[in-house]
Each structure stands twice: as structure tokens, then as C-alpha cells.
Ligand binder design. Structure first.
Ligand code: TC6
Length: 308
């Protein structure tokens, strides 16, 4: 039997990912929009139809900002290859996602991704690994967006050599978006139902992890059935903000952060509560059936809608 490799933080944080490309078409953008519930309540919704159909042709469809998170998905298979990172991939959960938009996303594109390890933390019962991905338009070299994703590796913590838990971060503390959920009544509340087939539809956007489709794999991971992709829940939440606060104008969004607090089962109802603090929208998503918070974070806008 092969010897279990040692968890080696220095090896992990100095890891160099190969550059990768990501290509998408208008069809991918539209399929993604359907996967996060666009037009699911109303196929005539003029604030959402533009993500899946345009009378001038598919090349004119608009792209939701959370589509940018898909650019980081190819990294999933790379995580398992990082030397020194000893973990059980079946216990990996998506912990956090941060997306910074520099340009509106075109309806199709070919991108060059440059990824680095941005953080590694020993949480005792888990290790948290952060990866930052810069996505450039391949032909022009223009930087479109940045993703920083944190994966929560259950069972992989406890690797610190000193009494102080190991913690490495590449970015300064003022880049972490600290926020508190206000105690006041939310400015807006948006309720949306996910379908029982939601994860089966969403996975076609490129995240084929069987945790979201295979009951046996879900059970090994500790769930009674397959769970929804964290980025699908994030997509629902940001869509709720675009509808309720941005009046359907997705280009107002500058950056998005979210922490996944609890799993969501496909078919559950999501209630997104939103509070406006200057140009920031603090939000929290609850699952109605269990009355539990499943996601919270902040979305920063470039301006407020004049009709608010
Ligand atoms: C990526 C592609 C694959 C996609 C997969 C999916 O979509 S999976 C589906 C989508 N994802 C999901 O469904 C996951 C939903 N989330 C969960 O199930 C749980 O939140 C958990 C299991 C991630 C952590 O619960 P727990 O009871 O084990 O944790 P605790 O409260 O005892 O805190 C321990 C320490 O960890 C910290 N920390 C805590 N949470 C997070 C976080 N999210 N993120 C980062 N860090 C986090 C916390 O601050 C604390 O550190 P401190 O302060 O001591 O230095």
C-alpha cells in the first residue's frame, strides 16, 4: 500500500499552477442563467429574458456577473494534484467565493487563467485553502475578473507544527470584506424556489462533482442526498440583488463575496434578505423549510439605482 503523503504547508503555498484556458459561448451563458433560476418563475420576465434570449440574436445575450465564478472551476481537478496537500476529496466543501469584476463579461470568450495559492489556514478539524484566479481575455490580454475561492477540507486540519495554528495569506487584511448582518429589517427580501432537479441542471455549466448528483457519494460526504452547488446558491442570491436593488442592471456589480454557511438541498426555497450600506449590499440567504442561514456576504455596486 502506498504511504500516506505528509501535509506540507510550505510545499502547498509555493505551488505553481499551470496556466489554463477557458472558452465559452452564448449557449453556455444562457444555460448558466437557467441553472441559477433565471426566468424559472416567469419566462416573459424582461429583466431576465436578456440572459437567455435576445431578439437581435444569441450574440447579444447579456451575461450574469456570477458566471465569472465558472472560470475558476477547472481548478478543482488541480487541487488534488498539489504536492503536500493531503486530504480526502470526498470531504471537500466550497467555503467562500470572492469575485471582482473589471469589465462586463462578453457573450462569448476565450480566457487565459493564471492561478496562485492565496491562503492556507489550519482550522483544527479542517484546512482552508484559498486560490486566486486572474482571468484575461486571451486575444487582447485585457484582465476581465478575479476569483478567490476558499475550499474547506474537512479532516485535513491539525497540520501546524507550533502551538499557533498555521495561517498564511497573500492579501492584506483590508482586502477581506468584513461585514455584519444588520439587526434592522432588511431593505428588500426575495423568495425563490429551487427545483429538485436544480443541481442536475446547474452541473451542465461545468461542475460535475458527483456530490451534487450521486446519492451514494453524497452519503459518504455526510448528507442525506445530493446537495446544491455553492455557486448555484450564490447565483440565486446575486440574481435576487440584481432584481431587487439594481433594477435588473447587472453591470452595476463591482464585486461579490459569499461564505457558504450550510448546505442546501435542491428543491428548497431560498429567501434572500438584503440591506443597503452606502454602495454595499449586505445579504443573507436562508432556507425557508429549515429556517437556517446558508449563505451570507456583500455585493459592492458602482452606484445606486436612481429609482431606489
Ligand atoms: C470548490 C468547488 C467544489 C464545490 C463544492 C460545493 O459546492 S459544496 C456545497 C457548498 N458548500 C457548502 O454547502 C458548505 C456549507 N457550509 C458548511 O457546511 C459549514 O459552514 C462548514 C462545514 C464549511 C464549516 O462548519 P464547521 O462547523 O465545521 O465550522 P466552524 O463554524 O466550527 O468554524 C471552524 C473554523 O472554520 C472557519 N469557517 C467556517 N465556515 C467556513 C467557510 N464556509 N469557509 C471558510 N472558513 C470557514 C471558521 O471561521 C472557523 O475558524 P476560526 O474562526 O476558528 O479561525
Amino acid at each position: 500500500m502506498a504511504a500516506k503523503s505528509e501535509f506540507d504547508p510550505q510545499l502547498i503555498i509555493s505551488h505553481k499552477f499551470p496556466e489554463s484556458t477557458y472558452s465559452y459561448t452564448e449557449r453556455d451563458a444562457a444555460l448558466y442563467a437557467l441553472g441559477i433560476g433565471a426566468c424559472s418563475k416567469d419566462a416573459l420576465d424582461n429583466k431576465e429574458l436578456k440572459y437567455v434570449y435576445h431578439p437581435d440574436g444569441q450574440q447579444s445575450v447579456e451575461v450574469l456577473p456570477t458566471f465569472a465564478a465558472l472560470f475558476s472551476m477547472g481548478l478543482q481537478s488541480e487541487i488534488a494534484k498539489i504536492p503536500g496537500l493531503d486530504f480526502d476529496p470526498r470531504l471537500l466543501l466550497h467555503g467562500q467565493q470572492y469575485i471582482e469584476m473589471y469589465k462586463p463579461l462578453p457573450s462569448h470568450g476565450c480566457l487565459l487563467n493564471k492561478a496562485t495559492v492565496a491562503g492556507l489556514h489550519d482550522k483544527g478539524k479542517a484546512a482552508v485553502l484559498e486560490i486566486e484566479i486572474l482571468s484575461y481575455e486571451k486575444e487582447s490580454g485585457v484582465l476581465l475578473c478575479m476569483n478567490r475561492m476558499a475550499v474547506y477540507l474537512r479532516g485535513a486540519g491539525g497540520f501546524s507544527k507550533s502551538s499557533q495554528p498555521y495561517s498564511f495569506t497573500k492579501y492584506s487584511s483590508n482586502q477581506t470584506l468584513a461585514y455584519k448582518i444588520p439587526r434592522s429589517q432588511p431593505f428588500a427580501v426575495f423568495e425563490d424556489c429551487t427545483q429538485s432537479s436544480q443541481a442536475l441542471l446547474y452541473r451542465l455549466s461545468g461542475d460535475y462533482n458527483p456530490l451534487h448528483s450521486d446519492p451514494m457519494v453524497a452519503e459518504i460526504a455526510g448528507f442525506s442526498r445530493p446537495i446544491l452547488h455553492g455557486l448555484c446558491t450564490l447565483g440565486f442570491a446575486v440574481r435576487a440583488i440584481i432584481k431587487s436593488i439594481c433594477r435588473g442592471e447587472q453591470k452595476m456589480i463591482k464585486n461579490i463575496s459569499g461564505r457558504f454557511l450550510l448546505h442546501v438541498y435542491p428543491g428548497e426555497t431560498l429567501i434572500t434578505e438584503m440591506w443597503i450600506e452606502d454602495l454595499r449590499v449586505v445579504y443573507q440567504v436562508k432556507v425557508k423549510e429549515r429556517n437556517r442561514a446558508v449563505l451570507s456576504g456583500v455585493v459592492t455596486l458602482d452606484r445606486l439605482s436612481s429609482s431606489l
